[in-house]
Design a protein around this ligand. Structure first.
Ligand code: HEM
Length: 71
């Protein structure tokens, strides 16, 4: 979840950020990732508010690092 949720927040390849639905809350997006992992056989505990904050911070930091990278 520490890797997947920030990736899904920012988008992966052609996947748009927030799963193409910017109206989703961070909690809803994390819930969708949790659902996908559960049906794939990797059930995850319900994330704490603190975990959600950490994933949002990670996503924002990675996006900032990406956009300021010197090519
Ligand atoms: C486990 C976390 C997730 C990962 C690792 C992931 C990864 C990906 C990847 C690799 C693609 C294809 C990108 C490409 O073709 O270059 C994709 C597409 C997409 N994903 Fe995700 N995804 C995740 C979760 C989600 C969730 C939770 C949603 C919706 C709430 C979502 C919505 C979408 C959409 C709308 C597309 C584009 C489909 C299309 O237009 O072809 N994804 N995702």
């Amino acid at each position: 979840m520490d890797e997947l949720v920030p990736s899904a927040m920012n988008g992966v390849g052609k996947m748009p950020r927030m799963g193409a639905n910017p109206a989703l809350s961070d909690g809803e997006l994390a819930g969708a990732v949790r659902y996908l992992l559960a049906v794939a056989g990797f059930p995850q505990a319900e994330p704490s508010p603190e975990a959600l904050r950490r994933w949002r911070e990670t996503a924002d930091r990675r996006r900032a690092e990406r956009s300021s990278a010197v090519p």
